[in-house]
Design a binder for this molecule. Structure first.
Ligand code: BTN
Length: 245
C-alpha cells in the first residue's frame, strides 16, 4: 500500500475488477481507498456490459463515503474530472461529456465510469480510460478512442496521478460551495445539449430534446408531453447511425 494525496492506494498487477477489489479493501479497512490494476480479467461496464481491459490502459476504483442524496453530484464530478484530464493530455481535442459521465473525443468514447455501492455509506467510483489501445467499436456499439492514438504520448501512471490531482481540486471546490460552477462547466462541455436524443432504460425508451441537467445531475428531457427528469439510462443521438440498439 502507498499513499497518494492522503488516499490509501493499492496498485495490483492483475485482478478481475478493481471495483470488486476496492469493495473488499474498504470493507476490511473502513476507510477511503484507491485500487489500480495493470489489467483486469473481468472489467465491468454499466448495464451488465464488459469493459475490455488491456494492459497499458488505466483501470482505477475509488472507494469513499457518499450520501445517497448527493450521488448525482459525484456522478457529475466524475465525468468532469475525466474531461479535464483528457483536455490536459490532448489540449486541442474536441472533448465532451456524455450524460451521465462518459467522456468522448470527437464523438468516440475514451472513458467509462461505473458507480457501485460498497457497504454502509461507501460507494465505489470505477473509471476506465483508454490510453495505449481501444477496441475499434465497443461491445455496446460505440466508436472508441485512446489518448495515445490522439497523440498524447503518455502512460497510465501519469494519467492516474493527473486524475487524483483533478479530483482533489474538484472535491475541494464542491466542499466550498462550488456546485453551481461545477454544473455550469459540465453543461458548457456536454455532448448533444439541445439535440434530439433517445434515452434507453430497462423498460422504456424516451425521445426528446436534451435540455440540460438539474442541480442533482438528472437529465432534463423536453418531450411533447413536457419536461421529464431522467435519473438513469443510456443516451443515443437520434441522428447517429453507428450505435446499436
Ligand atoms: C461504462 O462505460 O460502461 C463503465 C465502464 C467502467 C470501467 C471501469 S475500469 C475500472 C473499474 N473496474 C471495473 O470493472 N469497471 C470500472
Amino acid at each position: 500500500m502507498e499513499k497518494i494525496a492522503g488516499w490509501q492506494w493499492y496498485e495490483l498487477n492483475e485482478t478481475g475488477s478493481t471495483n470488486d477489489e476496492a469493495k473488499k479493501i474498504c470493507s476490511a479497512i473502513h476507510a477511503p481507498c484507491i485500487v489500480t490494476a495493470r489489467c483486469q480479467t473481468a472489467g465491468r461496464g454499466r448495464r451488465g456490459r464488459n469493459w475490455i481491459s488491456e494492459e497499458g490502459n488505466l483501470f482505477m476504483s475509488f472507494s469513499f463515503p457518499i450520501q445517497v442524496s448527493k450521488l448525482g453530484h459525484y456522478v457529475m464530478m466524475s465525468g468532469l474530472a475525466v474531461y479535464a484530464v483528457i483536455r490536459q493530455f490532448c489540449p486541442h481535442a474536441d472533448v465532451k461529456i456524455k450524460w451521465p459521465n462518459d467522456v468522448l473525443v470527437a464523438g468516440a468514447k475514451i472513458s467509462g465510469i461505473l458507480f457501485e455501492r460498497a457497504e454502509d455509506e461507501f460507494w465505489v467510483m470505477g473509471i476506465g480510460i483508454n490510453i495505449v489501445s481501444h477496441p475499434s467499436v465497443s461491445n455496446a456499439g460505440y466508436l472508441t478512442a485512446g489518448l495515445n492514438t490522439l497523440g498524447a504520448n503518455t502512460d497510465r501512471m501519469k494519467v492516474f496521478k493527473a486524475f487524483v490531482m483533478e479530483w482533489e481540486r474538484l472535491i475541494n471546490l464542491y466542499n466550498n460551495g462550488g456546485l453551481p460552477q461545477i454544473r455550469q462547466t459540465w453543461l458548457d462541455n456536454a455532448y448533444n445539449l439541445g439535440k434530439k436524443i433517445i434515452v434507453k432504460q430497462e423498460k422504456e425508451n424516451m425521445e426528446g430534446i436534451f435540455a440540460g441537467v438539474d442541480e442533482m445531475g438528472s437529465l432534463l428531457l423536453q418531450t411533447p408531453n413536457g419536461l421529464r427528469k431522467v435519473i438513469a439510462g443510456d443516451v443515443f443521438n437520434k441522428e447517429e447511425k453507428n450505435e446499436k440498439d
